[in-house]
Write a protein that binds this ligand. Sequence first.
Ligand SMILES: [Zn+2]
Ligand SMILES: [Zn+2]
Length: 219
Amino acid sequence: MLELVNFILGPVQTNAYLIAEPNTGEAIVIDPAWDGHIILAAAQKRNWRIGQLWYTHAHFDHIGGAAAIAEALNPPPAAALHRNDHILWHAGGGGAFFGFKIDPGPEPTIELHQGQILRLGDLNIEVRFAPGHSPGHCIFYIPSAKICFTGDLIFADSVGRTDLPGGDWDTLVNSIRTQVFTLPDDTRLLSGHGLSTTVRNERTNNPFVGARTINADDV
Ligand SMILES: [Zn+2]
Ligand SMILES: [Zn+2]
């Protein structure tokens, strides 16, 4: 069983996801984007305990709500991040570049890596290392729920930008092909911005990495 609450928060409309195993009340936040008190209130209303914060990557708009959540909870939740994004995390998620100074919250103590299996109640969640948008970007795949949280790797009909520090286009495309397009077609993709989509839709229609791009010469 999995319950999911989606929030759109902050200056660049980032998706934050509160997911819980309702039988135990155990909850985690994937990308506590902004306004942590809103996420916290939603958890408390449902009697869920937020035990961990999982970051797809450390950009400011994905971690900006972490401090408010951590300050309100005892014990504070542990944060999980890939080590390649720690420099970005220490730099406040690069927010200064956009005019946003944030408190990044608790220092990440759980190190994410390719193939790691995270647990939430009875659920297994697979970590897939998917750099390109940032050097330590990861995505979270829940096979039993047919859901993948893709952060800023891929969006409905779009992909993550690669012009920020540590971004790389070829790496991004390779991550999408090897870590997203290898998932079952009916897997729902919940990304860091915008609407949800599916593996099938993006493999077929994504204008940057979909089948139509590969066959562009034939048109
Ligand atoms: Zn980002
Ligand atoms: Zn973002």
